[in-house]
Design a protein around this ligand. Structure first.
Ligand code: GLN
Ligand code: ZN
Length: 761
C-alpha cells in the first residue's frame, strides 16, 4: 500500500491561538501551564485533522512554541553562556530569553540572531557554537510529544533537523574552529536521540537535510557520508528529507546514504524523479513531494496521477506521497475565507486542503481513479474556473508588457550628468539628512485606520485624520531641520498590502496568516491575475505633504521585486513576468508623482536579496530580471528627478554589482550594526552613485549619540567621497515612539552639522 504523510503542519492555529497565548504569557497574564495546554490542544487538533485526511503517520516535533531550530538548540544543549551555566537544564524562560533577549539584563541577555529559513519568509534563531561547547541531549520535550500522539492511537513520525543542516545553520562564536570539527560530537548526540526514539516505539524519523539543495563543498558532502554511516544502526528507520530545490549533483549521494528512504521536492524540481528512480536502491522508500507547500493554489491532480501511476506500479508500497515541504509556509484553511471572489477562492488550497489533496492522490493510486472520480472532476472544475477568470488575462496589460523595450529600462543620461541637474534643483547641503519613510505608527493612527476599516469612521473623517498626522510629521521634521522629508506612511498598514489593495490582480485573505517568527505572522496578498493600476495610489498624500513645506518631500513606493517576493504569486506564468507587470504599474505611479512636482522618489526593495535562488549558478538569471524590473519602474523620469532606493540588510558583497546596476541616484542601507563594515564592499567596487549608510539601528530603543554617528560617517567617508554620502537611520521608524525618534534624529542632524563644519569640500 502506498503511504501518505506530511512534513510539518502550521502551528500558530486557525485563530492564531498560539500567538495570543504566547503574548499573554510574555506579559505575565497566564502561567506557563496555560500556555502548555494551548500548545498541546493545538497539537492534538492538528494531528487529528491530519489523520482524518488519510495520512498514515503524523509529524511530531514540527510544533514549536517559538522556532523549531531553537527547539533543537535546547535539545542539544546549545545554549549560549550568557543565558546560564553549561549543563543546566534549560527552562522555558531560558528558551524565550534566547529568542527575545533578557529585558532585565539587556547588555548580556541579547537575543540570538534571527535569519531567514532558506528562501522562505520564515525566520529561525541561529544556533551559537561557543568555545568548549558540549552537546548534550535533552529530548524530553520531543519524547513527550511522541507519547501524546501515540496516546491518540497515531503512528508518530518525529521530525528532526538533520545533523549537517543543523550545523550549517549555526554560527561558530569566539573561536577559530570550523563547523565541521563539531560534527563527530554532534553525531554522538543524534545517535542517542535516535536510540531513545526507537525505544519509544517510533518506526520512522523524518530527518530534514534541506542543505542538500544548496551548493556544498566536497568537505560537506564527505561529512554527509561519515555522519550517516555512523548513524546507520540502533535507530528507527530514517527518511532523509530534502526540499526547496533540485539536489542536482547531490542526488546520487542522497540516494546512496545509509538511510531507509528519501523525500524529494517534485514541485520545485520535478526533473529529479527519473534519476532518483534509477539510483535509489530497491529497498528504500521514495517519498514524493507532489503538493506544493510553498504556494496556495490547488494542484493539478489529474495531471499528477498521469505521472504517478507508472511510479506507483514500479514502487508499490515503497512509494510515499506528501506535500513538497512543511506546510508551515502556507495558511491553514481556505474554507474560512468568505470575501474572495468564489471563482478564485475555489482555486485555493491552504494546509488543510493540501492534505486532502495528498489523501485523494493516495486513494486514486490505491483504489483506482474511479474511486475518487467525483473529487477529481470537482478539482478540475475549480481549476478551470480560476483559469477562466477574466482578471487573469488583461489585453491592455499584455500589450504593454509586449511593448517593453530596453530604452524603458534606462535613464536618459548617466548618473554623473543627472547629479548636476539634481543638485541645481534640490540645493542640498553636504551630508544631507533624511529618514527611510515611516514615522511612529501611534495608537491614534492605528485606531483611525481600524475605525475606518470597520465602517465606524467615514472616508472623509479618515482622510482628515491622516492629513493631520502628515502635517504633524512634516512639522516635526522641519523643527528637526532634516533636509529631505517624508510624509510618514501613516496610511499604510504594510508596505506590500497597501499597494496590493490598490492594484488589480490581487486578492486578500481574512485569515491567511503565515508565521514569520515567534508569535509574528504575516498575511501575504495573493496575486491571481494580471497586475494593473486603475488609478494613482500615493500621489494625493505626497502632494499634500509637499504643499506644507519648502523642503523636498520624498515620494515613497514599494518596489516590484519586494511586492512579488512578499506575496503568493500566480502559478501560470514565470515570476519574472508577474514582476514586470508590477513594475509597469509602479512606473506609472512614478511618473504621476513626478508630474505632481515630487522631486525625489524612493522605491524600496528590502526583499531584493532574499529573492536570490538557493544555488549561486541561478543568481545571474534572477538578478537580471529583478534589476530590469526595478529599472522599468524607476527609469521613466527626467534627469532632475532623483530616484532613491532602500534595502535593509548588511550582506551586500554578493550582489553589489546588481545593486549598482539598479542605477538609483541614492541608496540607503543598513550598516549601523556592522559598524560600516559593508562599506568596504562599496568602496572596493567603487560604487558609483550616492549612499546613505544607516548611522543608527532603529531596532534598538537606545538614543544614538551624536559622536558615535559622526564617527561612523567619518569612517564611511574614508571609502566613499563625502559629496556622495547621506546621513539617515538604517530603516523606517514606524515601530518606534516619538519620544525615541525625536532625540535620535536631533542627534543625527547635529552629527551631520559637525561633519559639514569640518569637511573640506
Ligand atoms: N519605507 C519603508 C519604511 O520606512 C521601508 C520599510 C523597509 O525597509 N522594510 O517603513
Ligand atoms: Zn528597511
Amino acid at each position: 500500500m502506498i503511504s501518505a504523510h506530511n512534513l510539518g503542519f502550521p502551528r500558530i492555529g486557525g485563530a492564531r491561538e498560539l500567538k495570543w497565548a504566547l503574548e499573554r504569557y510574555w506579559r505575565g497574564e497566564i502561567p506557563s501551564a496555560v500556555l502548555q495546554t494551548t500548545a498541546s490542544e493545538l497539537r492534538s487538533r492538528h494531528w487529528r485533522l491530519q489523520a482524518d485526511a488519510g495520512l498514515d503517520n503524523v509529524p511530531v516535533g514540527d510544533f514549536s512554541l517559538y522556532d523549531q531550530v531553537l527547539d533543537h538548540s535546547l535539545m542539544f544543549g546549545v545554549v549560549p553562556s550568557r543565558f546560564g551555566a553549561a549543563g543546566d537544564m534549560p527552562t522555558l524562560d531560558t528558551y524565550f530569553a534566547m529568542a527575545r533577549g533578557m529585558a532585565a539584563k539587556p547588555d548580556v541577555g541579547f537575543a540570538s540572531e534571527m535569519t531567514k529559513w532558506f528562501d522562505t519568509n520564515y525566520h529561525y534563531l541561529v544556533p551559537e557554537f561557543e568555545p568548549e561547547l558540549q552537546f548534550n541531549l535533552h529530548a524530553d520535550a520531543l519524547l513527550q510529544q511522541v507519547g501524546e500522539a501515540q496516546a491518540m492511537g497515531l503512528s508518530a513520525k518525529p521530525v528532526v533537523i538533520g545533523p549537517l543542516t543543523y550545523l550549517w545553520l549555526g554560527k561558530v562564536k569566539r573561536q577559530a574552529c570550523a563547523k565541521l570539527d563539531l560534527l563527530p560530537d554532534l553525531v554522538r548526540v543524534y545517535a542517542r536521540l535516535f536510540a531513545q526514539l526507537k525505544q519509544a516505539g517510533v518506526e520512522w524519523v523524518q530527518v530534514d537535510e534541506p542543505i542538500l539543495a544548496l551548493d556544498l563543498s566536497a568537505e560537506w558532502r564527505q561529512a554527509f557520508e561519515s555522519a550517516y554511516t555512523q548513524l546507520a544502526t540502533q535507530r528507527p528507520k530514517l527518511l532523509l528529507t530534502t526540499y526547496f530545490g533540485d539536489l542536482r549533483e547531490h542526488l546520487r549521494l542522497a540516494c546512496h546514504l545509509p538511510v531507509d528512504g528519501l523525500h524529494l521536492d517534485l514541485c520545485r524540481a520535478p526533473q529529479q524523479l527519473l534519476p532518483a528512480m534509477d539510483w535509489l536502491p530497491s529497498h528504500k522508500v521514495l517519498s514524493l513531494g507532489v503538493v506544493d507547500g510553498r504556494n496556495i493554489w490547488r494542484g493539478d491532480l489529474t495531471g499528477l496521477l498521469d505521472t504517478l501511476d507508472p511510479v506507483a506500479q514500479q514502487l508499490g508500497d515503497r512509494l510515499w506521497l506528501a506535500p513538497s515541504c512543511s506546510l508551515l509556509h502556507v495558511p491553514i484553511d481556505c474554507s474560512a475565507e468568505h470575501t474572495i471572489d468564489s471563482a478564485i477562492r475555489g482555486g485555493l488550497a491552504f494546509a488543510v486542503q493540501k492534505l486532502e489533496e495528498v489523501g485523494l492522490l493516495k486513494r486514486a493510486l490505491a483504489e483506482g481513479h474511479a474511486a475518487v472520480e467525483h473529487e477529481l472532476r470537482a478539482a478540475e472544475h475549480a481549476i478551470a474556473m480560476r483559469l477562466a477568470h477574466p482578471a487573469r488575462l488583461r489585453p491592455v496589460v499584455r500589450e504593454r508588457v509586449a511593448g517593453v523595450n530596453d530604452a524603458m529600462a534606462r535613464r536618459n543620461t548617466g548618473y554623473a550628468q543627472r547629479r548636476q541637474v539634481q543638485r541645481a534643483r534640490l540645493q542640498l547641503p553636504l551630508f544631507p539628512t533624511t529618514t527611510i519613510g515611516s514615522f511612529p505608527q501611534t495608537a491614534e493612527i492605528r485606531s483611525a485606520r481600524r475605525n475606518y476599516k470597520h465602517g465606524e469612521l467615514p472616508l472623509a473623517g479618515y482622510e482628515d485624520a491622516m492629513r493631520q498626522h502628515i502635517a504633524d510629521t512634516i512639522r516635526r521634521q522641519e523643527a528637526l531641520q532634516l533636509d529631505v522629508l517624508v510624509h510618514g506612511e501613516a496610511e499604510r498598514t504594510d508596505m506590500v498590502e497597501y499597494f496590493g489593495e490598490q492594484l488589480d490582480g490581487f486578492v486578500f485573505t481574512q485569515q491567511g496568516w503565515v508565521q514569520s517568527y515567534g508569535s509574528r505572522c504575516v498575511k501575504p496578498p495573493i496575486i491571481h491575475g494580471d497586475v494593473a493600476r486603475p488609478r494613482a495610489m500615493t500621489v494625493e498624500w505626497a502632494r499634500y505633504a509637499q504643499s506644507l513645506t519648502d523642503r523636498p518631500v520624498k515620494g515613497m513606493l514599494t518596489g516590484p521585486v519586494t511586492i512579488l517576493q512578499w506575496s503568493f504569486v500566480r502559478d501560470d506564468q514565470p515570476r519574472s513576468d508577474t514582476c514586470q507587470q508590477i513594475a509597469l504599474a509602479l512606473r506609472d505611479e512614478v511618473s504621476d508623482l513626478e508630474r505632481a512636482g515630487i522631486a525625489i522618489i524612493q522605491i524600496d526593495e528590502p526583499a531584493l536579496r532574499e529573492g536570490l535562488p538557493l544555488r549561486t549558478s541561478d543568481w545571474p538569471a534572477y538578478l537580471r530580471w529583478a534589476v530590469r524590473c526595478f529599472r522599468i519602474a524607476s527609469a521613466g523620469v527626467d534627469d532632475a528627478t532623483q530616484i532613491h532606493t532602500h534595502m535593509c540588510y548588511a550582506e551586500f558583497n554578493d550582489i553589489i554589482d546588481a545593486i549598482a546596476q539598479l542605477d538609483a541616484d541614492v541608496i540607503t542601507i543598513e550598516t549601523a550594526r556592522s559598524d560600516m563594515e559593508l562599506l568596504e564592499a562599496f568602496s572596493g567596487f567603487a560604487y558609483p552613485n550616492e549612499i546613505g549608510p544607516g548611522v543608527y539601528d532603529i531596532h534598538s530603543p537606545a538614543i544614538p549619540e551624536t559622536g558615535r554617528m559622526e564617527g561612523l560617517m567619518r569612517k564611511a567617508a574614508q571609502s566613499i567621497p563625502a559629496e556622495r554620502l547621506w546621513v539617515n537611520p538604517d530603516c523606517g521608524l514606524k515601530t518606534r515612539a516619538w519620544g525615541e525618534v525625536e532625540p535620535a534624529l536631533r542627534n543625527m542632524v547635529a552629527a551631520a552639522r559637525r561633519l559639514r563644519e569640518t569637511a573640506v569640500n
